[in-house]
Design a protein around this ligand. Structure first.
Ligand code: AHR
Length: 523
């Protein structure tokens, strides 16, 4: 009897011990190293891309001075106010593929005298050049954003591109400064970012890597710094997985006897989240399988950056050259009844997930990724804003930019994440996705994504290096995977307060709702 009681007691103790062991090993655990923070997350990761495509510039941004839609010198006030709220740091313009058929001199001088051309890339529509260089620079000034100009290498000339730099940035004493003054702008602008062509493997001239490497050198050499304006030149990358292209360009731009510093500062990567280019699928009408496939595809960005960065590291171990992801985002079928060449698509909670996951990836690589530009700002692809004449709505993607703006120029914090998977049809991806940074006031911002469509996940978070005393958060989620905002219901997907994070002994206890993006601020 006595032996049986002792055995029972021993068994009880073993199971209590085993239980406490299980408790100490949470399935999902995040450790944030609040005492790290060597590298800043460049604000330019939150950049935009606005091309002369569909209703992106015309209607979406530019309505002209005589429009009944409230505007400042032709630029929509509602769109500018919305973009200012998310603190967009830069705008890439005029393309895209359009850049390589754009001749900037068509877009200066009196509007009525500007030639009308055909936009051969995007539907053959008439481009009247009413939105040109001065209008773009006015847009940037209204937004408080930096211009990123993509030069024409495909159908342009070295002289044309170098004249554009001179027109924009030289103070005087040059033919182009005189022309600019004649067109009403006395002072030069500051234009740092300059792309030397776009997708030169394709719509930018169908070049080989070796040919482009030489061409980019020739162009770049003649793009000069005027006054205090130091150019940051960006070379065109190859197809997303063309590491050989990266190798060729990097070899050109580095030298055994020293770095050709000042000639090229950035290298571009384009990657769209598309699971099948021949069947892109609807932006709003999709299954859970498609939700999974889109998210599985978008995390390929991690692999692409890692592999391109590895090639860059070989030639540029000091990381002087930035990886510039100047086109990224979702690309679905156009909305029914709209021009197929205008790339107008709706934007759901799924797009918000894609944006948040990509930002977390960019942050993790902030030592190399110095700029990113989502395609595209208004009415095109994964837009921030959709317009219908005088009406405007903000998309779920816009709200992610809003939530994440706290990371701009903040110090990136190292973290370790253990997460369960989200499984679908025998395939799996990590359910949670995270990044964090320290702001100038010392507060720590943690952005978390739960891509699981129907599972709330408990996450234990240890914050090393500080004693957390306060936490508050914001969340973006919605009832359905395809919830989205419409002109009739503009606030179906919006940011609300989040109250499922609390202080614990070592940090925080967080309950991450299914299909949500959360940003926590810890003090
Ligand atoms: O963003 C739409 C197009 O996609 C761009 O014009 C081009 O650069 C890319 O292929």
């Amino acid at each position: 009897m006595k032996t049986a009681a002792i055995t029972l007691l021993a068994l009880c103790m073993i199971s209590i011990f085993a239980f406490s062991q299980t408790k100490q090993e949470p399935k999902n655990k995040l450790i944030i190293h609040a005492d790290s923070g060597e590298t800043a997350i460049s604000r330019h990761i939150y950049g935009q891309f606005s091309e002369h495509l569909g209703r992106g510039i015309y209607e979406g941004i530019w309505v002209g001075e005589n429009s009944p839609i409230p505007n400042t010198r032709g630029i929509r006030n509602d769109v500018v106010a919305a973009l200012k709220k998310i603190k967009i740091p830069n705008v890439r313009w005029p393309g895209g593929c359009f850049a390589d058929e754009y001749h900037w001199m068509d877009g200066i001088g009196p509007a009525e005298q500007r030639p009308k051309i055909m936009n051969t890339n995007w539907g053959g529509v008439t481009e009247d050049n009413s939105f040109g260089t001065h209008e773009f620079m006015d847009l940037c000034e209204q937004l408080g954003a930096e211009p990123v100009i993509c030069g024409n290498i495909g159908s342009g000339t070295v002289k044309e591109m170098s004249d554009w730099v001179q027109y924009l940035t030289s103070a005087g004493n040059t033919p182009m400064a005189e022309l600019r003054k004649k067109n009403g702008r006395e002072k030069p602008w500051t234009v740092k970012f300059w792309a030397v062509g776009n997708e030169t493997w394709g719509c930018g001239g169908i070049m080989s890597a070796a040919h482009y490497a030489d061409e980019s050198a020739r162009y770049s050499f003649f793009l000069k710094n005027y006054g205090g304006n130091t150019l940051y030149k960006i070379a065109s990358g190859g197809l997303p997985e063309d590491y050989n292209w990266t190798e060729t360009i990097m070899k050109k731009w580095s030298k055994a006897d020293g770095w050709l510093q000042g000639y090229m500062s950035g290298y571009s990567l384009h990657f769209y989240t598309v699971t099948d280019w021949s069947k892109k699928g609807s932006a709003t009408n999709f299954t859970e399988n498609e939700w999974f496939a889109t998210l599985a595809k978008t995390i390929q960005m991690e692999e692409l950056i890692t592999k391109h960065a590895a090639v860059m590291d070989k030639y540029d171990p000091e990381k002087r050259m930035g990886l510039i992801v100047d086109e990224w985002g979702t690309w679905f079928d156009v909305e029914a009844g709209t021009n197929p060449s205008f790339l107008y698509q709706q934007n759901t909670l799924r797009d918000a997930m894609v944006a948040a996951v990509n930002f977390n990836i960019f942050h993790q690589h902030c030592e190399r990724v110095k700029m990113a530009n989502i395609a595209q700002t208004v009415n095109v692809l994964q837009a921030m804003i959709l317009t219908d004449k005088e009406k405007m709505i903000l998309t779920p993607t816009y709200h992610v930019f809003d939530l994440y703006k706290v990371h701009q120029d903040a110090a990136f914090l190292l973290s370790d994440l253990k997460t369960e998977d989200y499984e679908r049809d025998g395939k799996k991806i990590p359910a949670l996705n995270v990044s964090s940074s320290k702001a100038q006031d010392g507060s720590i911002n943690i952005s978390l994504v739960n891509v699981h469509p129907d599972k709330n996940i408990m996450l234990e978070c240890e914050v090393r290096g500080i004693k957390a005393t306060r936490v508050f958060g914001k969340i973006l989620t919605a009832p359905k995977l395809n919830s989205h905002n419409t002109f009739d219901q503009p606030d179906k997907v919006k940011i609300t307060d989040f109250n499922k994070a609390s202080l614990s002994k070592n940090g925080l206890q967080i309950e991450m709702p299914a299909k949500s993006v959360v940003v926590l601020s810890v003090k």
